[in-house]
Design a protein around this ligand. Structure first.
Ligand code: SF4
Length: 226
């Protein structure tokens, strides 16, 4: 198991402002973004943990990773020809999560956007690290709860691969399967020749996080592939 706890973060005000999709940016917002970036840079410590794991016992709608059963047809299809995978948990870190913003709605919102950017830095640092260290070429990832096919409750099984994730990187999994800090993500990276994004199989019409267009034909292919 590897813990990454020195993940570099460089936030630029222009990038944060771009993420806000505001029609017009006023000086007050610019100042708040600048103040927050300075405060965040003083404390931020995004982290990630991953394991090198092996896939076994593939069935119709389930498979085993390091002896733990996961139930998802999409995951099983994606790992049809894959033997080695990389379960992970990545987070913006507790340090940024503990910055308090009393009574300033705009600033709270801006901090939320920044935390999201920090989480994304953490995931992409982890991805670079995996592709470099294990000569993987292209990788994709799946996360429990992103699709109906892979229930969020399976975060419990995923976390069990690592033992005490809270001690390792400060991420707590609650009884209701929320991760604290909220800007954390758990999933499995796997090598693939064709890039896969869960959004391709997700019909939700309005989603600011969409990373790929919905592809009904692909949904059909996953249903048929047994
Ligand atoms: S479209 Fe949105 S809800 Fe659906 S998988 Fe992508 S990010 Fe998740």
């Amino acid at each position: 198991m590897e813990v990454l706890n020195s993940i570099p973060v460089r936030l630029e005000p222009e990038e944060v402002l771009r993420k806000l999709h505001l029609r017009k940016v006023n000086e007050d917002v610019e100042r708040k973004v600048q103040e927050l970036i300075e405060a965040v840079h003083l404390v931020v410590r995004p982290k990630a943990v991953y394991e090198v794991s092996y896939v076994d016992n593939k069935n119709e709608d389930s498979l085993y990773i390091d002896g733990i059963r996961f139930t998802s047809r999409v995951l099983r299809v994606n790992l049809d020809k894959v033997g080695r995978v990389f379960p992970y948990v990545a987070t913006c870190g507790r340090e940024i999560d503990e910055i308090a913003i009393p009574d300033d709605f705009m600033k709270s919102y801006l901090l939320d956007v920044i935390k999201d950017m920090v989480l994304r830095s953490s995931i992409s640092y982890l991805q670079d690290c995996l592709t470099r260290n294990y000569a993987l070429g292209q990788v994709s990832r799946m996360n429990p709860g992103a699709l109906k096919d892979w229930p969020i409750t399976q975060q419990k099984e995923l976390f069990s691969i690592f033992g005490k994730v809270e001690d390792l990187i400060g991420v707590k999994l609650t009884e209701s399967f929320l991760m604290i800090p909220l800007k954390s993500v758990s999933g499995i990276f796997f090598p693939t020749q064709i890039e896969f994004k869960s959004c391709q199989l997700c019909p939700r019409e309005v989603c600011s996080g969409r990373r790929a267009p919905y592809a009904p034909d692909l949904v059909k292919k996953y249903r048929e592939k047994i």
